[in-house]
Design a protein. Structure first.
Length: 151
């Protein structure tokens, strides 16, 4: 019995230790995604979208939580938005591969003056991927804040 109590006490101490608390540190913003986002945005030519994505990565997550109608509602919204963007991404991927006869390789962005169905579809694909990168990370952050008691 003494051994179990000691193990339980040890578990409780580990749970509340600074190391365990640091492991659940919620991100303040999504700036850690900058490199990955920049790579995706190479395939996007819409300046407003690029600017919006850059702003999203720098935005304060705690401030966004304060302005929202509630963390649960925001989580539910993001889950639906992610599903929608996944459908957009898959559809664009399918169409671009069908048009280009490129079933396996990565989709390549078009150079800017090119305007055709393939280029527009590939751009939509990269926009959906970029939106989902940010949305998934934001959802993960919201879930972290929710575990810490934010409402």
């Amino acid at each position: 019995m003494k051994r179990v109590s000691l193990m339980m006490l040890l578990g409780i101490l580990i749970l509340f230790s600074p190391v365990a608390q640091a492991a659940e540190q919620c991100p303040e913003n999504l700036s850690h995604l900058s490199e990955e986002m920049d790579t995706l945005l190479e395939g996007v030519h819409v300046k407003e979208f690029k600017h919006t994505m850059s702003s999203v990565l720098q935005a304060s997550i705690p401030q966004a939580i304060q302005r929202a109608d509630g963390i649960k509602a925001q989580i539910a919204f993001l889950q639906k938005e992610i599903q929608h963007q996944v459908r957009v991404e898959k559809s664009a991927d399918f169409i671009a591969r069908d048009v280009s006869n490129n079933p396996d390789g990565p989709l390549k962005p078009c150079k800017r003056p090119e305007e055709n169905g393939y280029c527009n579809t590939v751009e939509r694909y990269f926009m959906a991927k970029a939106a989902n990168l940010a949305n998934r990370a934001f959802l993960k952050a919201l879930e972290c804040y929710q575990r810490q008691g934010y409402h």
